[in-house]
Design a protein around this ligand. Structure first.
Ligand SMILES: *Cc1c(COP(=O)(O)O)cnc(C)c1O
Length: 377
């Protein structure tokens, strides 16, 4: 793999993400956040976590936020409190990171994958109804790459059938759909604060948001060993608490999230403009709202060759995601096979994520554009 020689050096490579640059941009605030936890010694689930929960609930426009240990544990708790269990079906998308669907297997349920819309790569509302049965316990959708799924028709079908909707917002903190924020539209929503996400912790962290106080109370109980009073365990619980340090860092970073998302959007618009005449397929903003470009994903018929050629020019790329969930081995028992989800499989075969993060410089973006022009101009 080619490596970055560091920003600014002539002929330097372009990394896929640069967390060092983000830390450097707010080092003072980060030290203050760390010091606050040294002072209050709330190392697990302490005051800093409670403060972040309240700030993030306000940010998302919801009544409740529960901080947890990761996006995966958020999804596990969300599906648990909706009562997903053996014999149930969960209707979801295969065009995502595998963690979207792990909890379906943890809980002994069956995943039923529906194909995605060919322009937005999010759950295709026209295919939803046919996938629902009497056993459908939940619909789990993903705001993929930072663009909200087409929520209105999905929520209408779900409400008519009385099925709760889970939003996987791992790519989409701050994204909007018709004026509503990601994480405020379904019955319950899950966020990941993995370091590379738009809002990244200093390690592992996640959150569950909802407007339903009963659901959030159960999530709070299950994340802490299923206890509502000390050493009284009425439910099977987990240790999915958030570290105090993560809460403090996330509060500091949340103050920058809108400006980082705006910068991501501006950089994406610049890629759109400068790649318009090349032969690669560009991402599209389809739904009425705010795409926050967690990822800038182009498509190309000869993706692997393009990735290799860019790598040789020092441009690092990635693929989100090269193998759809229904074709991953642990999901084999769900009865899906290659060819079942043509749009999903086509995107998996052709997708290529370009470097995009708020600290990406004009010069770096220009080098990515020139390399693609040279290969696909
Ligand atoms: C990152 C991610 C997750 C999992 O989050 P973790 O914090 O890594 O457990 C879930 N869904 C999607 C779409 C993700 O990108």
């Amino acid at each position: 793999m080619a490596k970055s020689d560091g920003p600014g050096s002539p002929g330097a490579g372009v990394p896929i993400i640069d967390l060092r640059a983000q830390v450097a941009s707010m080092e003072g605030e980060i030290h203050e956040a760390i010091d606050s936890v040294l002072d209050d010694v709330g190392f697990s689930n302490g005051p800093a976590v409670r403060r972040f929960e309240s700030e993030f609930a306000t940010y998302c426009g919801v009544g409740e936020c529960v901080g947890v240990s990761s996006g995966t544990s958020a999804l596990h708790l969300a599906m648990s409190v909706l009562g997903v269990g053996p014999g149930d079906e969960v209707v979801s998308v295969s065009m995502s990171f595998v963690a979207t669907a792990w909890p379906v297997l943890y809980l002994g349920a069956r995943a039923v994958f529906v194909d995605v819309d060919p322009d937005s790569y999010t759950l295709d509302p026209d295919r939803l109804e046919a996938a629902l049965t009497d056993r459908t316990k939940a619909i789990v959708l993903v705001h993929l790459y930072g663009q909200c799924a087409d929520m209105d028709p999905i929520l209408e079908i779900a409400a008519r059938r009385g099925i709760p909707v889970v939003e996987d917002c791992a790519h989409a903190p701050g994204a909007e759909y018709k004026g509503r924020r990601a994480g405020s539209m379904g019955s319950i929503a899950c966020f990941s604060f993995y370091p590379t996400k738009n809002l990244g912790a200093f390690g592992e962290a996640g959150a569950v948001t909802t407007n339903d106080p009963e659901l959030s109370a159960r999530v709070r109980m299950l994340r802490d060993h299923g206890q509502d009073r000390r050493y009284r365990h009425d439910f099977i619980g987990y240790n999915y608490r958030m570290d105090g340090l993560q809460g403090a860092i996330l509060s500091a970073k949340l103050r920058h999230l809108d400006s980082w998302n705006d910068t991501r959007r501006a950089l994406a618009a610049e890629y759109d403009r400068r790649l318009a005449d090349t032969r690669v397929t560009l991402p599209r903003e389809v739904t009425d709202g705010k795409h926050v470009y967690h990822l800038y994903v182009i498509r190309d018929e000869r993706r692997d060759a393009l990735a290799e050629a860019l790598n040789e020019r020092g441009i690092l790329t990635s693929q989100h995601y090269p193998v759809p969930i229904h074709l991953q081995k642990p999901f084999g028992a769900m009865g899906f096979a290659a060819g079942d989800l043509p749009v999903t499989e086509e995107v998996a075969r052709t997708c290529l994520s370009l470097p995009l993060y708020p600290e990406l410089t004009d010069d770096q973006l220009g080098r990515v554009v020139s390399a693609i022009e040279a290969e696909r101009g």
